[in-house]
Design a protein around this ligand. Structure first.
Ligand SMILES: CC(C)(COP(=O)(O)OP(=O)(O)OC[C@H]1O[C@@H](n2cnc3c(N)ncnc32)[C@H](O)[C@@H]1OP(=O)(O)O)[C@@H](O)C(=O)NCCC(=O)NCCS
Length: 186
C-alpha cells in the first residue's frame, strides 16, 4: 500500500477504492493537455498566462523531451486522466520544483488524490529528497493545498510579476522526504 498521512487514513480508504495511477505523458496527450492548460481554471494561476498556440505547445513538448531533468506525468483515476504534474530537477542535486493542475472539471477532492500520488511518486520512484513549490500570492487554493500536503513556507519573492497592473509575489514552499515520511504510513 502506498504511503499516506496518518490523519487521512479513513479518507484515504475511500480514495483507494478508486484506482489512481501515474504515467509519463505521450504525444497522444498533447491535445488534451493544451485544452487543460489554456482553460482559465489553469491559465490564470500559472506564471506563463497567455493563450498557448498549438505550435508553441508542440515545440514545448519536443524541447522538454530532450530535457533529462524534467519529468512530466499524467495522474489517472480509473484509467481516465485527472491531472498533470511536472517535476523539474534543480541542478542534478536531488531537488525538484513541481507544478501541477487538474483537468478543468475535476470534482472536489481531486487535488488531494493527485498530490498524494504525485508526491509518493516523486520521493519513492524518482528518488527526490526535496520538492519545491512556487505559488502566485492570490492562489489561495494552492497555498492551502501546499500546507495540506505538508509543505512549509520558505520565503516570499516580493513583486515578481505584474498581473492586471497589480504587483504579484511568489510564495515559495518546500517539502523534504523526511517530513513526508514522518507524517506517512505504509
Ligand atoms: C490547486 C488544485 C490542485 C486543488 O485541487 P482541489 O481538487 O480543489 O483540491 P481538494 O478538493 O483535494 O482540496 C485540497 C485542499 O486544497 C485547499 N482548497 C481546496 N479548495 C479550496 C478553496 N476553495 N479555498 C481555499 N482552499 C481550498 C484546501 O486546503 C483543501 O484541503 P481540505 O479540503 O482538507 O480543506 C486545483 O484547484 C487546481 O488544479 N488549480 C489550478 C491550477 C493551480 O493552481 N496549480 C497550482 C499552481 S502553484
Amino acid at each position: 500500500m502506498e504511503k499516506v498521512p496518518i490523519k487521512w487514513q479513513k479518507k484515504y480508504l475511500q480514495i483507494m477504492n478508486r484506482r489512481i495511477t501515474v504515467r509519463s505523458i505521450c504525444s497522444g496527450d498533447l491535445h488534451m493537455l493544451l485544452t487543460w492548460r489554456n482553460s482559465p481554471h489553469v491559465r490564470d494561476f500559472m506564471l506563463t498566462r497567455h493563450l498557448i498556440s498549438e505550435s508553441e505547445h508542440y515545440e514545448w513538448f519536443l524541447n522538454k523531451n530532450k530535457d533529462s531533468l524534467c519529468t512530466r506525468l499524467i495522474v489517472e483515476e480509473n484509467e481516465s486522466p485527472l491531472g498533470y504534474v511536472q517535476f523539474d530537477e534543480v541542478a542534478e542535486r536531488g531537488e525538484a520544483v513541481w507544478t501541477f493542475h487538474l483537468k478543468p472539471d475535476a470534482p472536489p477532492g481531486s487535488g488531494t488524490k493527485l498530490g498524494l500520488h504525485a508526491l509518493n511518486y516523486a520521493f519513492d520512484v524518482l528518488g527526490f529528497c526535496v520538492i519545491h513549490g512556487k505559488v502566485l500570492d492570490f492562489n489561495n487554493k494552492s497555498i492551502s493545498f501546499h500546507y495540506k500536503m505538508g509543505f512549509i513556507k520558505k520565503t516570499i519573492l516580493q513583486n515578481q510579476l505584474t498581473i492586471n497592473k497589480n504587483p504579484v509575489s511568489l510564495i515559495c514552499f518546500k517539502l523534504d522526504k523526511k517530513a513526508w515520511q514522518k507524517t506517512c504510513v505504509r
